[in-house]
Design a protein around this ligand. Structure first.
Ligand code: PA5
Length: 342
């Protein structure tokens, strides 16, 4: 990546399969009750997306509700029968800490997922379980660590069916996808997509709600790595509002670059919706592309399509000549918030 990636974000993306395997083993140590009343994941930004992925992963198969909290406050239903994962890579994110304190006070079973900071200290003081993550990685590059230990713990604890094979498949499929799509690969679609996004506003649509967190992750990675604005939405909901917004002036629409994320298992009705919408609405878009997740299991499908988005974001950073790693606006905001409390 030359001068524009001095801290090696591309290398971190290429290490996703290694991180997946390590993250899976970390969750094995966690002890969870087999029938919690709810599974609640607290986390913001790069440490919160794991909760969204967990919810999508278990929606069809697990009879326990999964809630994701991206707030200082917990929903009223969280009580002592709930299982709460508090995820903060740094361990110092104030929203996560506030909601975690509340969960502890309510007597919920809490598991801290962190590399250190106040979250680690508080969990130790309270005698609560901690999944200790390796330090020194930007939180968004540590995605497997803030997602897979939860899945692994739930799988090994009997809350969900065994998923070791699914985790193994996911790491293999992600490795194959990264190999094929890395920006220096001869026919990398990730590189082509970064070219389509360059100079435009990326619009990321998931063809199915199952891939919603993947669409959000693409947007987040484009924001933080490529330092660009981007939006995301999902079928079928977008057909009931946003599709009308494509009636915008054609000159404006040319500045929008659409990519639709497909799941090989999405229903025929959803696929039909995408086709009709392309015909009705995207005629003046600057570009329209489609990407399909790889693998057979849900874990592999979610993580493989995320891996492509991660590569796109890093290649767009290269084209924009920006360093993908630092996020000074987030750091400054946290600094000012912390100063305002003193
Ligand atoms: O990507 C990032 O750096 C952010 O989205 C962080 O993940 C977010 O600010 C929360 O911080 P942490 O992950 O340390 O809890």
């Amino acid at each position: 990546m030359g001068d524009h990636d001095p801290q090696g974000m591309l290398d971190l993306v290429l290490r996703l399969p290694v991180f997946c395997r390590q993250a899976w083993t970390l969750g094995r140590e966690v002890v969870v009750a087999a029938r919690p009343s709810a599974i609640v994941v607290i986390g913001m930004g790069g440490s919160g997306i794991g909760g969204d992925l967990l919810r999508a992963l278990f929606l069809d198969d697990v009879p326990v509700p999964v809630a994701v909290v991206k707030d200082y406050r917990l929903p009223a239903f969280v009580d002592r029968a709930a299982l709460v994962f508090a995820c903060s890579y740094s361990g110092n994110t104030e929203e996560t800490l506030a909601a975690y304190d509340d969960a502890s006070q309510r007597g919920a079973t809490c598991v801290a997922v962190t590399s250190g900071g106040a979250l680690r200290d508080r969990a130790a003081q309270r005698g609560q379980q901690t999944v200790l993550l390796p330090p020194g990685i930007p939180p968004r590059a540590a995605l497997p660590y803030v997602f897979l230990p939860m899945v692994s713990a739930l799988s090994h604890g009997g809350v969900v069916p065994p998923m070791d094979d699914a985790a193994h498949e996911a790491a293999e499929v992600v490795a194959a996808v990264l190999n094929a799509e890395r920006p220096d690969a001869p026919s990398s679609r990730a590189r082509a997509l970064a070219g389509a996004f360059h100079g435009r506003i990326p619009v990321i649509y998931s063809a199915t709600p199952f891939l919603e967190p993947a669409a959000q992750r693409w947007k987040d990675q484009l924001n933080e790595n490529a330092k660009t604005f981007a939006v995301w939405n999902t079928f079928p909901e977008l057909n009931h509002n946003e599709t009308v917004g494509w009636g915008l002036d054609a000159a404006l629409a040319t500045h929008l670059a659409v990519v639709v994320l497909h799941d090989p298992h999405e229903s025929d009705r959803l696929r039909r919706r995408v086709d009709i919408t392309k015909d009705l609405a995207f005629g003046s878009a600057g570009s329209v592309d489609e990407v399909t997740a790889a693998g057979s299991g849900k874990l592999a499908r979610l993580l493989s399509i995320i891996a492509i988005g991660d590569l796109v974001s890093v290649d767009l950073a290269r084209r924009r000549e920006v360093d993908p790693t630092p996020v000074p606006v987030i750091e400054e905001l946290k600094k000012r918030l912390s100063e305002s409390r003193r």
